[in-house]
Design a protein around this ligand. Structure first.
Ligand code: ZN
Length: 206
């Protein structure tokens, strides 16, 4: 290879470094605009399609204050994170339960035997989920409630995993798996929301 040839073969690299940055910045800018445009366009599409895992969209939930009082309906962006981001944010058991539809071992969680007054927020996104007023002794080793704090804040869906027909309960705001609901609960609803401690964060109130 002559000096001239070497110079020529290296030149594209040199040129690339000098022009690459602005080009890449322009590309990123375009990509960001594209995402914004997609987010603006997507909600109605997602709503029409009945939602979709990981799809950007908004959700309407009942917002609760720090003392567990309902503040009103709010529409917020659905919380969407990558598996790596959830892994970083959550403990291993919380990650397994909420993002991989796992179940904590009975009697292993922090709130199955909790009798304090307060309410339970989603461990992933802080959406309010259950109130201690509706918690009861189910004898299962999992925190159990006869109704959610607001039906708007959760999603119930058929679950045929493990060869059983069950109804899975998840968080409306971030799709975290929370547990299952069964129809052998106490009055007044007759429902038993069998939750995982690891999916929730307890907020003690006076
Ligand atoms: Zn959530």
């Amino acid at each position: 290879m002559t000096n001239n040839q070497r110079e020529q073969s290296q030149r594209p690299n040199t040129d690339d470094i000098s022009t690459h940055r602005p080009t890449r910045r322009a590309f990123l800018f375009t990509a960001a605009s594209g995402v914004a445009a997609l987010a603006a366009w997507r909600p109605s599409f997602v709503a029409a399609m009945g939602g979709g895992a990981g799809a950007p969209s908004t959700v309407t939930i009942i917002h609760f204050s720090d003392v567990g009082k309902p503040v009103g309906k709010i529409t917020v962006p659905r919380v969407v994170k990558s598996e790596a981001e959830w892994k970083q944010k959550l403990s291993p058991v919380s990650f397994e339960v909420t993002r991989q539809e796992g179940t904590e071992r009975a009697y292993s969680g922090s709130t199955w035997n909790n009798h304090d007054h307060g309410f339970y927020r989603c461990i992933c996104c802080d959406n309010a989920l259950f109130n201690s007023e509706t918690k009861f002794e189910s004898g299962t080793g999992w925190p159990s409630f006869w109704q959610p704090i607001a039906k708007e804040n959760i999603v119930e869906a058929g679950d045929m995993s493990l060869g059983m027909e069950r109804t899975a309960v998840s968080c409306r705001e971030c799709d975290a798996h929370l547990g299952h609901v069964f129809d052998d609960g106490p009055r007044p609803t007759g429902l038993r929301y069998c939750m995982n401690s690891a999916a929730m964060r307890f907020v003690k109130t006076a």
